[in-house]
Ligand binder design. Structure first.
Ligand code: RUB
Length: 294
C-alpha cells in the first residue's frame, strides 16, 4: 500500500523491471531469461487485481525473447519501460482534457476511493473555470477518500466527504459520477475499489451518469478468453483491531468489486470516450493476435 492506485502500480512495475535490466550482471542469455521471468512473477503476484501492472510489465519486456544477447535484451527492456511510463503519464493528461468536456458548469459530482485519473478529470474542469461541487466517499476500510478530499480541496474545489453508506441518500443531488479503474474486462465490466458497484447502482437508480476514467492499459486481454479477474483480499487488521471482536468471528475484507457494464455511461480513455461495448474493439487493435489462446 506504499504504492497504490492502478496507474501508479503499473508505472512502478515498469520502473522495477527496467531497474532489473539496468542492474543485471551476467552474460548468459538463458539464465537472464529465467531471472527475468522470476522477477516478473514476483512483481505480478504483488497486486493480482490491477491488470495495469501486468500490461506495464509485459509491454516493457515485449519482444525480448528474440534478443540475440543479454545486452540487447537489457537495452530493449530499459527503452520499453521508459516508453510505457511516458505514455502512461501522457494518457492521464489526455483523459483529463477529454473528461473535463463531460463536466458542465454547476455540476454536482461524486467520486469513490482515490483515483488519480478521476481526480485529474475533475481538477481540469475546475481549472477551466467550471463551478462544481464534489462529494467524495470515505472508502472504508483504508479510507482513501481522505486522500481524495485533500487533493481536491488543495485545488480550491468545493468538496464534501461522506461515509460510504450515505451514497444512496446523497446521490439524489448528484449529476455525474467519475471513478477510476483497476481493470476493465472485454465485456466492458469494471473492477475497481470495493463499493464502486453500489455507487453505480445508486447512480443508475437516480439517473446520474456514471463515468469510468481509465487508460486503455487497464483493459484486460485475459478476460477475452474467459479468465476471471482475481479479487484481492487484504488483512483483517484493516477492518478491526486485535481483540475488538470475539476470536470465533470471521472477517472478510475483499478490496475490489465488479460493476456490470450496464451501469456504465461511458469509459473516458486517452483515445476518447467509448461505450463499454467498444472495449473489445480497442483490445483487438492494442493486443492483436495475443488475444487468441490455444
Ligand atoms: C485504488 C482504486 C483506484 C484505481 C484507479 O485502490 O481502486 O480507483 O486503482 O486509480 P487502492 P488510478 O488504493 O487499493 O490501490 O486512477 O490512480 O490509476
Amino acid at each position: 500500500m506504499k504504492i497504490r492506485g492502478a496507474g501508479k502500480i503499473a508505472r512502478e512495475g515498469a520502473e522495477a523491471i527496467g531497474h532489473f535490466a539496468r542492474t543485471y550482471q551476467g552474460n548468459d542469455l538463458q539464465q537472464f531469461m529465467e531471472d527475468l521471468n522470476d522477477a516478473m512473477q514476483e512483481l505480478l503476484s504483488s497486486r493480482p487485481t490491477a491488470v495495469s501492472l501486468w500490461n506495464g510489465v509485459h509491454s516493457s519486456v515485449a519482444g525480448v525473447k528474440d534478443a540475440d544477447n543479454v545486452d540487447d535484451a537489457r537495452e530493449l527492456i530499459i527503452k520499453q519501460s521508459q516508453e510505457f511510463i511516458k505514455e502512461s503519464e501522457e494518457s492521464i493528461r489526455r483523459i483529463a482534457e477529454i473528461g473535463a468536456k463531460r463536466i458542465e458548469d454547476g455540476d454536482v459530482i461524486m467520486t469513490h476511493c482515490n483515483s488519480s485519473v478521476a481526480i485529474g478529470v475533475i481538477t481540469e474542469a475546475y481549472r477551466q473555470g467550471k463551478d462544481i461541487k464534489v462529494y467524495a466517499t470515505e472508502s472504508r476500510p483504508w479510507r482513501q477518500g481522505i486522500l481524495t478530499v485533500n487533493d481536491l480541496s488543495k485545488e480550491g474545489i468545493d468538496t464534501t466527504l461522506i461515509i460510504d453508506s450515505a451514497v444512496r441518500l446523497v446521490m439524489k443531488k448528484v449529476d455525474k459520477v467519475f471513478t477510476g479503474a483497476d481493470t476493465v474486462t472485454s465485456q466492458g465490466n469494471l473492477i475497481n475499489k470495493i463499493g464502486t458497484s453500489q455507487v453505480a447502482i445508486c447512480a443508475n437508480e437516480a439517473r446520474a451518469q456514471f463515468y469510468v476514467c481509465t487508460e486503455t492499459y487497464k483493459f484486460s486481454p485475459m478476460t477475452v478468453t474467459g479468465d476471471l479477474v482475481k479479487i484481492e483480499e487484504r488483512d483483517i487488521n484493516e477492518v478491526v483491531s486485535e481483540g475488538e471482536i470475539p476470536s470465533n468471528v470471521k472477517v472478510f475484507n475483499p478490496v475490489f468489486d465488479v460493476t456490470p457494464a450496464k451501469y456504465i455511461s461511458g469509459l473516458i480513455t486517452e483515445l476518447g470516450v467509448i461505450s463499454p461495448g467498444a472495449v473489445y474493439g480497442i483490445m483487438e487493435r492494442k493486443f492483436g493476435k495475443e488475444l487468441m489462446k490455444e
